[in-house]
Design a protein around this ligand. Structure first.
Ligand code: ADP
Length: 325
């Protein structure tokens, strides 16, 4: 059995823009390279943190893994099997093992259904409980798992706080006994104090249920708290990946350094940022060849605008895509 639960190879999603007949005839279609050939691996039982600014392709990556969005190219190997070759029916089955938890606990729960109904639904869809007694027992078990009392079972989503709703969304994901949970900014909409509680819950559940996580966030402190390994994305590409301590203590890519420098520092005597980036984030629409950062990078050389650097191992398990290291 491979130590890797999930592996993405050359995972790619290009959206065609202006794809109407008139634009096509005039040769004016454009390509938005949301995810542009990324590779990563996730070991069983670990958390891969996917971090980067808004629009860099994190959510699209999550949707590609679960095929909520169909990839343009690449492979997603889950327990060695390429998910992208599965039929609709086979994928339906595999989806049970890969669950998504979204950012917004307010819109992800149907306001007209009770918690009992919401948590029963996945059990019914996947035929995991055969009668009401079995369902009720499992739903109460799930509520306990996420730290909510059984007295909540017949209430409606509007009767809960944001943090409690996210616990319900987590319980729903757990209902089908998944192996991999992909959290797409699952604590971003919560107050900071509640964020910490929900992050701790994720960690407890990981330990208790041997779960593997891909955790998406734009907030570095969240990524640092939860991740074993980190992949840093910039305009559809992974620019650096490695153990969480290496990424945070010894970042190598100019973009990762700038991201870390941008974190507000409470210590007034701390050194000024070592590196800041000028200019705007590059567009993913018909990007020019070369490194996506080259127009903003303080160490760019002419080669950087010619070809895209590949991820190279600079230290054991630490990969960086930069021509100038
Ligand atoms: P992130 O999660 O990092 O904020 P996203 O994956 O949501 O980024 O988006 C990456 C890029 O893909 C953005 O430029 C976004 O506008 C674009 N995008 C996402 N979905 C679509 C779509 N369905 N059609 C066209 N462009 C899209």
């Amino acid at each position: 059995m491979s130590e890797y639960l999930l592996e993405a190879r050359n995972l790619t999603k290009h959206f065609l823009l202006d794809n109407d007949t008139v634009s096509r005839l005039a040769g004016k279609t454009r390509t938005l390279k949301a995810v542009d050939g990324i590779d990563f691996k996730v070991k069983r039982g670990e958390t891969l943190g996917l971090v980067g600014e808004s629009g860099c392709g994190k959510s699209t990556t999550a949707r590609l893994i679960t095929r909520l969005v169909e990839p343009t190219a690449g492979e997603v190997l889950f327990k060695g099997e390429n998910l992208l070759t599965l039929s609709h029916k086979e994928m339906q089955k595999t989806r049970k093992s890969i669950q998504l938890v979204f950012q917004d606990p307010y819109s992800s729960l149907n306001p007209r259904k009770t918690i009992m109904q919401i948590l029963s639904r996945p059990l019914e869809v996947h035929n995991l409980a055969h009668n009401w007694v079995e369902k009720r027992k499992r739903v109460l078990e799930l509520l306990n798992l996420v730290g909510l009392g059984e007295e909540h079972v017949d209430r409606y989503p509007h009767e809960f706080s944001g943090g409690q709703r996210q616990r319900i969304a987590i319980a729903r994901a757990l209902a089908v006994d998944p192996e991999l949970i992909i959290g797409d900014e699952p604590v971003s909409a919560l107050d900071v104090s509640i964020q910490a509680q929900v992050l701790n819950l994720f960690r407890e559940l990981q330990e208790k249920l041997s779960l593997t996580y891909i955790f998406i966030a734009h907030d570095l402190s969240v990524i640092r708290h939860i991740s074993d390994r980190v992949a840093v994305m910039y305009v559809g590409k992974i620019v650096e990946t490695g153990d969480v301590t290496d990424i945070f203590n010894a970042p190598k890519h100019p973009y990762t350094k700038a991201l870390l420098d941008a974190v507000p520092d409470a210590d007034p005597l701390s050194k000024p940022p070592v590196l800041t980036l000028k200019g705007e984030v590059a567009t993913p629409i018909d990007p020019p060849p070369g490194c996506r950062l080259c127009n903003r990078c303080p160490i760019a050389t002419p080669q950087c605008s010619v070809d895209m650097p590949e991820l190279m191992e600079v230290e054991k398990g630490h990969y960086v895509a930069c021509h100038n290291l």
